[in-house]
Design a protein around this ligand. Structure first.
Ligand code: ZN
Ligand code: ZN
Length: 107
């Protein structure tokens, strides 16, 4: 019995992507864009390859997202330093330490 393989369309390594030709500008850096792998909808800013990959890195957690800081008026339980910002909400039943004493206690 001869088995017929249905991979006729996999001649090359990758299927050819349809590219859209045009004359656009990167919304971020102003680089001229002449080819896009998708049809621009017009209501979204276009980005060049570099800015696009940069944005993707940021979204996937490549950089550190700014932490939400909680403002208040506390005192370090160890050295008495005034603390006005904390990266977490103090529970009240635990002593609060300043950054230095916190690092010391962790060691
Ligand atoms: Zn760009
Ligand atoms: Zn302290």
């Amino acid at each position: 019995m001869i088995q017929k393989k249905s991979d006729d369309n996999s001649k090359g390594d990758f299927p050819e992507r349809k590219m859209f030709q045009g004359d656009w500008k990167c919304a971020e850096c102003g680089t001229k864009i002449t080819e896009l792998p998708f049809e621009p909808s017009g209501d979204r800013p276009l980005h060049c390859r570099e800015c696009w990959s940069k944005q993707r890195e940021q979204r996937s957690g490549g950089g550190f997202a700014p932490r939400k800081m909680i403002q208040g008026d506390w005192k370090c339980a160890d050295c008495g330093t005034k603390i006005t910002e904390l990266p977490f909400e103090p529970s009240g039943d635990r002593p609060i330490y300043c950054r230095e004493c916190w690092a010391k206690n962790r060691e």
